[in-house]
Design a protein around this ligand. Sequence first.
Ligand code: SIN
Length: 489
Amino acid sequence: MTVTQSLTKHLKNPELFVDLAGVPNAQEATKRFSVFNPSTGELLAELPDMDAADVSKAIDKADAAQELWAALTARERSDMLWEWHQLILIHSEDLAAILTAEMGKPLAEAKSEIAHAAAYLQWYAEEANRIYGETISPPSNDRRMLVIKQPIGVVGAITPWNFPASMVARKISPALAAGCAIVLKPAEQTPLVAGAMFTLARMAGFPDGVLNLIYASQGDAVGRELCSNPKVRKISFTGSTEVGRLLMRQCSDQIKRTSFELGGNAPFIVFDDADVDAAVEGAIQAKFRNAGQTCVSANRLYVQSSVYDEFAKKFTERVRALRVGDGFVPDVAIGPLIDTCALAKIEDHVGDAVRKGGKIRCGGSRIGKSGTFFEPTVITEVERTMRVAQEETFGPLAPLIRFNDPDQVVREANDTIYGLAAYFYASNLKRVWRVAEALEYGMVGINTGRMSSEAAPFGGMKQSGIGREGSRHGLEDYLEMKYLCMGGL
Ligand code: SIN
């Protein structure tokens, strides 16, 4: 396993992360795969490319550790999570630098993501101590009835490239708190920060086999093994709806438990009673954070006719000022897209919108001949028939759709297979409640463009997923409920 100088030059403690040692099975892999910096194209690391047989060995290790881990007291598990959280905070600058190098996001956003990852560990270090059962009043006096909660067992977790640190923490920390051992496969584009987090987990004292990391370039082979191996009791996945469907089919033979956080097509609605300046700031957050590469990115911006022109003007001015470039350069707000496919998709969406009558107010093109940078773009006069209004763009492109009828816009916002996140800006309380209740989404941001928090249940309705991550609900997803009935009393 080689980490190059292109990565270590950004680190304060390169010796700690040069080996990314949290991967015991990795030594056996014969093939290698490369990880590149999407901003510069530099090689960052060569990693062992583990295959299905390596995954199976990692699952065996997790299975062997499961009983011991579940048998620890909640306090013991909590202490280790707490220690891991502390180490992540101590090394947060290096973790953020690794994240920016492999994913491209601006360093300030990477630092905020590491803080968010640490917050999940802290939250579940606390929550581990609050797993409660219940007693039930029995229908007859000769019996007692109660419910206890127990860990589900070994969890297979698959995390995406867009939040390579916080998604690891969001899945792993509730699983560990509940008493589940883990096999994690991070995205092949961004495995390094996960490796660094696992290095710190070893320092925090987690027993061997409780945390297992899979470095692999072939996600499908790993996914198949995780879904078909009977020792894995649950799959937790964040990624596209298409891959979610495939994993669900693979899990169905064993009726495996699943937690899926999948695609979105988030509406962002500005009503005529909104504070327009606040809505502009919220839209910048909701659309351009992580260059628009988040599952909860505002994808369709609906603005009521009477405030449309004002919103479009102010919003375009703000978007024009967003600086694009290498995430390590100060003041850069928009990094590269993850790869050339992402670039091609956004170009297709722009081309289709322009052909059908959309007007480019700023941006609209890739930057430079090589690389994957795209100008932050605003298109007005967008119609719902355009691809940009139908499909998740996953890039820095904001389409503005004009509307007149407030009831119709909610129906239109709901007219999608997705139901992850929605946002709206309004001040009339009656409208706020009506719209919040009518939107068919797992998360609704009201007068805010950002809502992700370790304290809140993150997840979607419809084809955007199953289950919730974060909050006390996130812990329940890793626990089995067992009903005990004592008779003959
Ligand atoms: C995601 O895109 O899946 C996560 C976004 C967030 O945590 O805000």
